[in-house]
Design a protein around this ligand. Structure first.
Ligand code: UDP
Length: 237
């Protein structure tokens, strides 16, 4: 990497974190997150993919009788609301931002144009990708991997709510589970460890994209990960 080239990262934030456990957005949580991201953006190029689990998850709605495709579009629209909330608090924290949506809605967001997103990043703007991939049956984890690849990010940073990395077993059920600091994609497959969903995992593995999985708590963790500190679990080729 040339000296003048900044680190570029793709940060995946789950919708669950935005809602702090309930439906809708919790402004205090988003404001605190936005301050950390805005501070890191002074030295790192940051793109963000936001989830929508605090509004709707298509798979859950379809189990309760809705058509899956329509439910997934509702899920994607939820991610746009999160993107706008994050944009607002990032701007209050002094950052320049752009939202790009995979579903056309020109009054509130630019369309997803990868080359334009890269130009925004080069100019120091934080780019927030909303509406997932615009495709039913996808998750925002998969979109995070795909966007990271397309904009040439150095890593995907997956911020988790309630867990601080990848464990040898599910720590909620197995008290002997320990956190793993470094893992290869092959190790994770061999040991059956679930890092992100399988489509996101394969995209990163096949394209040698490093992934860092870390906890959003305590305060300061998101900024630390953005700045390259080795918190959580690093998954590499
Ligand atoms: N979704 C989709 N296609 C995408 C991204 C998301 O259909 O490309 C829908 C899907 O229904 C998903 C919902 O949007 O359940 C919210 O996204 P996700 O579950 O990934 O959010 P998170 O769990 O990260 O909050």
């Amino acid at each position: 990497m040339a000296d003048d080239k900044k680190r570029r990262v793709l940060l995946k934030l789950s919708g669950e974190a935005f809602g702090a456990g309930s439906l809708g957005v919790n402004p205090d949580v988003i404001a605190a997150l936005a301050r950390e991201i805005a501070e890191a953006a002074r030295s790192v190029e940051i793109a963000v993919v936001v989830g929508g689990g605090n509004f709707f998850r298509g798979a859950e709605l379809s189990q309760r009788g809705m058509d899956r495709g329509r439910a997934d579009y509702m899920g994607m629209l939820g991610t746009v609301m999160n993107a706008l909330a994050l944009q607002d608090f990032l701007e209050q924290a002094g950052a320049e931002t752009r939202v790009q949506s995979a579903i056309a809605m020109t009054q509130v967001a630019e369309p997803y144009i990868p080359r334009r997103a890269e130009r925004h990043l080069e100019k120091g703007r934080i780019v927030i990708f909303g509406a997932g991939a615009g495709l039913p049956y996808f998750s925002t984890d998969t979109v995070a991997a795909q966007r990271a690849l397309e904009i040439g990010a150095d890593a995907v940073l997956v911020a988790k709510n309630g867990v601080d990395g990848v464990y040898t077993a599910d720590p909620k059920h197995d008290p002997t589970a320990t956190k793993i600091d470094h893992l290869t994609y092959q190790d994770a497959l061999r040991r059956g460890l679930k890092v992100v969903d399988s489509t996101a995992f394969s995209l990163c593995m096949d394209n040698r994209m490093p992934m860092q999985v870390f906890g959003m708590q305590p305060d300061g963790n998101v900024k630390a990960a953005l700045l390259g500190e080795p918190i959580g679990t690093l998954v590499t080729h």
